[in-house]
Design a protein around this ligand. Structure first.
Ligand code: SAH
Length: 277
């Protein structure tokens, strides 16, 4: 269960935040088609943040294991970078949904520019109530999106509904690592407030999937490869008090900075594979 003291994100507000983020990233030159953190395979990997961000997309697509006959749902598709990679790697059909109109517009433009608009399409929709018939998809990818949704169980139940039996879902999620302190680290609270996310409960994840009709295949703590190093790299590249361009929405009065997260071991990240039985 999500910690009941956490403020639940409202889809409409999350959509507006990503509208602003998308426009500001296009204006200030920080636009990246992959909107998530980085993955470094080894501690001594010298990959840049940009390379590591692209690498996480590949790690997730590896787990999806789809071929050219598949129709994939990208749940919380951002500006379409990951969906376009699925189309390029597996030649699969992809439908992406985002709660941000600006992201959907941008993603459809990128698909047209890549010449794959016949196979890759993006719609504005709320994951809490998907506009698709039962068993429409062979696989679902939810890369760093479920934490923005007000109810993980409802989101996963919807994902399960639109998935065919035997179909697979691969997702990533942020969670608070043990030992959990009585009072949460203020940097995590600020992060959650600024980006409108809640932290998952890793101890409940298998049960959460089961309550949603899914069967757990694999649950991995990939904190060491992801959040920790991402915060280190961002802290290096973004000086002292200034905000991470294109990451921290400029309208926010306050104030999460990646360097706040240095040494915060509780800030964890999960990679989950499940299937509809
Ligand atoms: N998966 C993409 C984007 C991650 S950013 C990538 O890795 O590049 C989080 C995404 O989740 C955004 O696109 C946001 O619009 C989407 N999202 C958040 N809440 C949503 C909701 N309720 N319904 C649909 N999409 C949602």
């Amino acid at each position: 269960m999500t910690d009941s003291t956490q403020t639940l994100p409202l889809p409409e507000a999350v959509g507006e935040m990503y509208d602003r983020l998308t426009l500001s990233a296009m204006n200030d030159g920080t636009f990246n088609p992959h909107v998530h953190i980085g993955f470094w395979d080894t501690p001594d990997s010298e990959a840049s943040l940009e390379m590591a961000v692209a690498r996480l997309t590949e790690v997730v697509i590896d787990r999806l294991a789809v071929d050219d006959s598949a129709h994939v749902l990208d749940l919380g598709c951002g500006v379409g970078g990951p969906a376009l990679r699925i189309a390029a790697r597996a030649d699969a059909r992809v439908t992406g949904v985002s709660i941000s109109e600006e992201q959907v517009k941008t993603a459809n433009r990128l698909a047209a520019e890549a010449g794959v608009a016949d196979r890759v399409r993006f719609d504005h929709a709320d994951a809490m109530k998907l506009p698709f018939a039962d068993q429409t998809f062979d696989a679902v990818m939810a890369l760093e999106s479920i934490g923005h949704m007000p109810d993980r169980q409802q989101a996963l139940t919807e994902a399960c509904r639109v998935l065919r039996p035997g179909g697979r879902i691969v997702l990533t999620d942020a969670f608070e690592r043990a030992p959990r302190k009585e009072t949460r680290h203020p940097a995590i609270d600020r992060f959650c407030d600024n980006f409108m996310v809640t932290m998952a409960d890793i101890d409940d994840y298998a049960a959460l999937l089961h309550r949603s009709g899914l069967r757990l295949r694999n649950l991995l703590d990939i904190t060491e490869q992801t959040t920790r190093r991402t915060c280190q790299e961002l802290a290096k590249s973004i000086p002292g008090g200034s905000r991470p361009a294109g990451i921290d929405p400029a309208h926010l009065p306050d104030q999460w900075h990646p360097s706040d997260m240095l040494g915060v071991d509780e800030f964890g990240y999960l990679l989950v594979v499940a299937e509809r039985p």
